[in-house]
Design a protein around this ligand. Structure first.
Ligand code: NDP
Length: 448
């Protein structure tokens, strides 16, 4: 007889949620994690990253405060204070995750889990049998195999750099690259962001991409498009000499590769159970997060659906409710909002203009570009952009996007409206909160 009803491999957002909800439904659950409970998001992703964004944005706030009458003397930024405080909070969160599991009655293992067969999981010297297996092992940073790549770091290491680099090269044009370029730039590191394509944030609305690029350059980031890293050599003074594909050379203290993440399946020995992988190494699952093997499931980044923490949590919860709670539920991947914590941040939900043009016969777009009230008194030249995309035939709002302060906070509310099927008429008839930036979403009357 199986010792457990469920064994979860991976203690990140998706795995922990699934384990404790399944246990709360009465299942006998075990979970294993090889690094630290909390997973990428809590330990070396979203949470510490956002702390670093706060840290770095103070520089601009101090500067802007002068126009509001404050006289401040800034004595510099201390990297080690930030890292120590951040580590303390991450330790606390790690403990909270472990307690959540303990309180739910989940048995906790520390170690790498692998499949012996479709009913047996090996963790260190232990072999445990189970009725169902859930794989929630997330992903690992991908680094292209170029000469000298060992002299570069990824987002795994950036949270533990011993000192603040005086100069940094950030490679990539996605979420992590844009966010860390902003962090470094804000704390005073001379920052270059290099991206191989025409414009950063591929997949986002083109106007939003262009606007963000313009804003980050205004804030001091040196943006290199249509260029890439060819090789890196380590110099005697500990600097990295980077040679670019266009032949240019640059010496920097730190090279951060943010060139995507790959599903983490290497140590799982999935072949022992016959689990099928996709082209990118992701675990292929159906709408119930079930793999090709009847009793093996997978949620989160390892499935390469939408690589966001709240999505993994939703998938894990739906899995636990469906298979242990007697409540059949599917994770809903439509209209998932997201934010890029760049400076200024981006918030986005629904379709981009380019996607909407393909999905609908007639679309209307509304764009507003302005200086927020706060900056009418400051010398800060930052400009905010907001955009609504409407299916002209049904009047439904099918996309909302923003670059500007509080974009994530604003977009969460807009996402609820879009999820509920709000029309442009609903937006127009909603009274704005004045004075706010968000009210602009209710007052955009002129089509582009
Ligand atoms: P992304 O997939 O967002 O971006 C990867 C970037 O690296 C792209 O610009 C890509 O270029 C570029 N790239 C890939 N391969 C190479 C290469 N060989 N040489 C040069 N450039 C290359 O990945 P991230 O690493 O930024 O983040 C991973 C995922 O984590 C995100 O997709 C997101 O889902 C999640 N995340 C979410 C955050 C949030 O919600 N705020 C924050 C951080 C991460 P190209 O566009 O040409 O393919």
């Amino acid at each position: 007889m199986a010792r457990y009803d469920l064994v979860v491999i991976g203690g990140g957002s998706g795995g922990v949620r699934a384990a404790r909800i399944a246990a709360s439904h009465g299942a006998k659950v075990a979970i294993c994690e090889e690094y630290r409970y909390g997973g990428t998001c809590v330990i070396r992703g979203c949470v510490p990253k956002k702390m670093m964004v706060y840290a770095s944005h103070f520089a601009e706030e101090f500067h802007d405060s002068a126009s509001y009458g404050w006289s401040t003397t800034i004595n510099g930024f201390d990297w080690s204070t930030l890292i120590a405080n951040k580590d303390k909070e991450i330790d606390r969160l790690n403990g909270i995750y472990i307690n959540l599991l303990k309180n739910a009655g989940v048995e906790i293992f520390h170690g790498t889990g692998s499949l012996v067969d479709n009913k047996t999981v090996k963790i260190g010297d232990d072999e445990i049998t189970t009725d169902k297996i859930l794989i929630a092992t997330g992903g690992n940073p991908y680094m292209p195999p170029i000469d000298g790549i060992e002299h570069a770091i990824t987002s795994n290491e950036v949270f533990h750099l011993e000192s603040q680099p005086q100069s940094a090269l950030v490679v990539g044009g996605g979420y992590i690259a844009v966010e860390f370029a902003g962090i470094f730039n804000g704390i005073g590191t001379e920052t270059t962001l290099i991206y191989r394509g025409d414009q950063i944030l591929r997949g986002f609305d083109q106007d939003i991409r262009d606007h963000l690029a313009q804003e980050i350059v205004k804030k001091g980031i040196s943006l290199e498009l249509n260029n890439n890293v060819a090789s890196i050599t380590l110099l005697e003074n500990d600097k990295r000499r980077v040679t670019f594909t266009n032949g240019d050379v640059k010496d920097v203290d730190c090279v951060l590769f943010a060139t995507g993440r790959t599903p983490s399946t290497d140590s799982l020995t999935l072949a022992n159970a016959g689990v099928v992988l996709g082209r990118k190494g992701e675990i292929i699952v159906d709408a119930y997060s079930r793999t090709n093997i009847e009793n093996i499931f997978a949620v989160g980044d390892v499935t390469d659906r939408i690589a966001l923490t709240p999505v993994a949590t939703m998938e894990g919860h739906a899995f636990a409710d469906t298979f242990f709670g007697g409540m059949e539920r599917l994770a809903d991947h439509d209209n998932v909002p997201s934010a890029v914590f760049s400076q200024p941040p981006v918030g986005s939900v629904g379709l981009s203009t380019e996607q909407a043009k393909k999905a609908f016969k007639n679309i209307d777009t509304y764009t507003s570009e302005f200086k927020i009230l706060k900056h009418t008194l400051t010398e800060n030249s930052e400009r905010t952009m907001m955009k609504l995309i409407v299916d002209a035939d049904s009047d439904k709002v099918v996309g909302a996007h923003m670059v500007g302060p509080d974009a994530a906070e604003i977009m969460q509310g807009i996402a609820i409206a879009i999820k509920a099927g709000a029309t442009k008429t609903h937006f127009n008839s909603t009274v704005g909160i004045h004075p706010s930036t968000a009210e602009e979403f209710c007052t955009m009357r002129n089509k582009d």
